[in-house]
Design a protein around this ligand. Structure first.
Ligand code: FAD
Length: 415
């Protein structure tokens, strides 16, 4: 049965939800408080990476995070502040940093990432979708023996999970990237991964949705949600009340602010990251993660992107120059011939990742509301999981059989 569906948020998750909902025959409206041309879904590294099967909350991460907190240029930073939501989130994160959780989470992360990759393939084959999309794998470049050992261990785990990955020595690396000078000890190479140019995908998706009759209200903020007997009747935006049969909460890092209006506590923190682009040819053709520095490098269409840092400092999109410099310096440490200019650094942009405490997204209905589907909390994997999340949202709204088991993504789960 066709329904009137209102999607709150027009990032990758909101747009992919709108895409599959519209395909299912629903009437869809997307509302976004921004101009829909910036933020996490535009600044990300563009990886579709089934390789990243281990959740963010893994053994040892909390300890490393606490150590990094003392270093203003470290890849992970939690701004110390007395905030009860942050404390609750940190407690839940800490509780999730255990081997048992990792073992349970891996199959769910792998399944949703692989499903998503297949769905990107399908979309790429549709007419009108010309976005840059390549399957060239992902290198984990290591400068130290310690890190290489850790990465080889991670690769063994991924291999056991059936993913295509192997260790590569310097000779093979040089053959793979003949026009790049490296300062590394070695690498692992995930052939299962692919990459995109995010703003091109977002451009094509918005054009497709417009042409398919999806309504857009941009620069319009959802300010309130009206609920009656466990169902949303309407929402109030900065401009008008909007009624609907079904609602999708895909407001990224802002989602918990809105869920509070339903009495639903969604543990979520914004994790700020930055990107620097350079249009000067770098010779890089294979995406890479600079393993010690946690910087992602992506050859996109017409430019190379360097992206990184995870700064848990509330809803705050300000550019921290120390962190931007840390990304640029890491680039030169691994690729001695690459020097990002002051101008390129001054054009750095930020985005907020919606980070759940256990490294798994929230996808599903809360018991608090019958006609709301929540789709957020994807943290560092929102681009990789975007299409599958949209498909699952559509299956939930349409009361269809789900493409995969979603019990681990339940928005009411206890940490
Ligand atoms: C530097 C960086 C690199 C990354 N690299 C990768 C990568 O390589 N691969 C990967 O898988 N993931 C990556 N990610 C993560 C990924 O980008 C995010 O998980 C994803 O973009 C989140 O999408 P979203 O739609 O949930 O949120 P967003 O893109 O933030 O979209 C949410 C939207 O909701 C709107 N909104 C919020 N509140 C309201 C309101 N009240 N009313 C109306 N609209 C509202 C916002 O304006 C926004 O447009 C990266 C992120 C960053 C920052």
């Amino acid at each position: 049965m066709s329904k009137e569906v209102i999607v709150i948020g027009g990032g990758i998750i909101g747009l992919c939800s709108a895409y599959y909902l519209q395909k299912e025959g629903h009437t869809v409206t997307v509302i976004d408080k921004s101009n829909m041309d910036a933020g996490a879904s535009y600044v990300n590294a563009g990886y579709l990476s089934p390789s990243h099967i281990v959740p963010l909350s893994a053994p040892g991460v909390m300890k490393k995070g606490l150590r990094w907190m003392l270093n203003s240029a470290s890849p992970l930073y939690i701004k110390p502040r007395f905030n009860s939501e942050l404390l609750e989130w940190a407690r839940a994160f800490n509780r999730s940093c255990n081997a048992n959780h990792v073992t349970k989470a891996i199959p769910a992360i792998k399944k949703i990432s692989l499903l998503s990759q297949d769905l990107y393939d399908d979309i790429k084959n549709e007419s009108g979708f010309t976005f840059h999309y390549e399957k060239k794998g992902l290198l984990m470049l290591c400068q130290t023996e310690k890190m290489l050992k850790e990465e080889v261990k991670a690769a063994e785990l991924a291999k056991k999970e059936g993913l295509d990955v192997r260790e590569v020595g310097l000779d093979e690396l040089r053959k793979l990237e003949p026009n790049v000078e490296f300062n590394v000890m070695g690498a692992t190479y995930y052939l299962c991964d692919s990459h995109t140019t995010p703003n091109e995908f977002m451009r094509d998706m918005k054009a497709h949705l417009h042409a398919s009759g999806v309504k857009f209200f941009s620069n319009e903020t959802v300010e309130d949600i009206h609920v009656k007997q466990g169902r949303i009747i309407s929402i109030q935006t900065s401009k008008q009340p909007i009624a609907g049969d079904e609602f999708v909460l895909a407001a990224g890092s802002w989602s918990n602010g809105l869920s509070k209006k339903l009495g639903l506590k969604l543990l979520l923190q914004a994790g700020k990251g930055y990107r620097i682009n350079t249009e000067i040819p770098t010779g890089i053709t294979t995406p890479a993660i600079l393993a010690e520095a946690k910087v992602a490098v992506t050859p996109m269409n017409g430019f190379t992107r360097f992206a990184g840092t995870m700064e848990i400092a509330g809803i705050n999109e300000a550019i921290n120059k120390v962190r931007v410099n840390a990304i640029a310096n890491a680039a030169t440490r691994y690729y001695p011939n690459i020097k990002l200019s002051e101008e390129e650094k001054s054009m750095a942009a930020s985005g907020l990742r919606p980070v759940s405490p256990d490294g798994l997204p929230y996808i599903g209905r809360s018991n608090k509301c019958d006609n709301l589907t929540i789709a957020t909390g994807h943290a560092m994997m929102g681009w990789s999981m975007g299409t599958a999340t949209g498909k699952l949202v559509s299956e939930i709204v349409s009361a269809q059989k789900y493409s995969m088991d979603i019990q681990f993504f339940h928005p009411d789960r206890i940490f």
